[in-house]
Write a protein that binds this ligand. Structure first.
Ligand SMILES: NC(=O)C1=CN([C@@H]2O[C@H](COP(=O)(O)OP(=O)(O)OC[C@H]3O[C@@H](n4cnc5c(N)ncnc54)[C@H](OP(=O)(O)O)[C@@H]3O)[C@@H](O)[C@H]2O)C=CC1
Ligand SMILES: O=C(O)C1=N[C@H](C(=O)O)C[C@H](O)C1
Length: 212
């Protein structure tokens, strides 16, 4: 397929471009701080950038009339609403984490959440020093899945790709669920799976949970 990437010069943008090209897909369009790169009309747009770039992404998705996969974190409520509106015309896949491991993590949280009433619950997320948002989108997804307001601690350390730990404790024991992304490849692979999932769909709003 012919892929377009918003944020194509960024850490995730490069990882996604490399993976798609390895699998014989073609990078034909990009948008970054320096503007537009155009070689051909893309068949799908992937956005890993910043929330302030969202309106541009929306504009290009409408212009090319193609599916959107969006992994950018810290989106505002109005931007989620705009994604839902967009999904009436084109398919949209949104997730704050495109790794399989975090999907399994969320399933474990779903299983545990009713069994830990009265326990102390805390989330700790660790990411590379360059990450702009805090807390991570994934930590917010874990909190949403728990269905209660729990503290989130954010560490910014070196070049960590993405660690999330959920601690649960009563007076006698501590239980934890943890996930570590060993590189950004795990997220890029999820994006590729999502692209294969939506490429022939007409429209609709999906998350990565729907994809796997
Ligand atoms: N859902 C998931 O699974 C994952 C989500 N993420 C999220 O993806 C996003 C990107 O992360 P990462 O790749 O590490 O970040 P980077 O900072 O490396 O990349 C961001 C990209 O957006 C571009 N950009 C910044 N400002 C603008 C602008 N005003 N107009 C156009 N383009 C702009 C940057 O351009 P330039 O290079 O010129 O600054 C860069 O290419 C973050 O929100 C992060 O949280 C990250 C990993 C996994
Ligand atoms: O910025 C990152 O790097 C990551 N961001 C996502 C998040 O905020 O949860 C996903 C992953 O942990 C890497």
């Amino acid at each position: 397929m012919k892929i377009g990437i918003v944020g194509y010069k960024g850490r995730m943008g490069k990882e996604i471009k490399d993976l798609f090209e390895e699998k014989n897909h073609e990078f034909v369009w990009g948008y970054d701080k320096d503007g537009e790169y155009f070689q051909d009309k893309p068949q799908i747009i992937v956005d890993f950038s910043l929330p302030e770039v969202f309106e541009k992404t929306e504009e290009y998705v409408r212009k090319f009339n193609v599916p959107l996969i969006i992994g950018t974190t810290a989106l505002q409520d109005e931007q989620f609403e705009a994604l839902k509106t967009l999904s009436k015309n084109v398919p949209v896949v949104q997730s704050y984490n495109f790794s399989i491991g975090i999907q399994l993590f969320l399933k474990m949280v779903d299983f545990l959440k009713d069994k830990i009433d009265g326990w102390d619950i805390e989330i700790i997320e660790t990411h590379h020093r360059f990450k702009k948002d805090k807390p991570s989108g994934t930590a917010k997804m874990i909190k949403d899945k728990l269905g209660k307001d729990v503290p989130i601690s954010s560490l910014r350390l070196g070049n960590v790709s993405g660690d999330h730990v959920l601690y649960m404790a009563n007076l006698g024991e501590v239980l934890s669920v943890s996930h570590r992304a060993l590189s950004r490849r795990a997220f890029a692979e999820g994006v590729l799976k999502s692209a294969e999932f939506v490429i022939n769909k007409k429209n609709g709003y999906f998350t990565f949970t729907d994809v796997i």
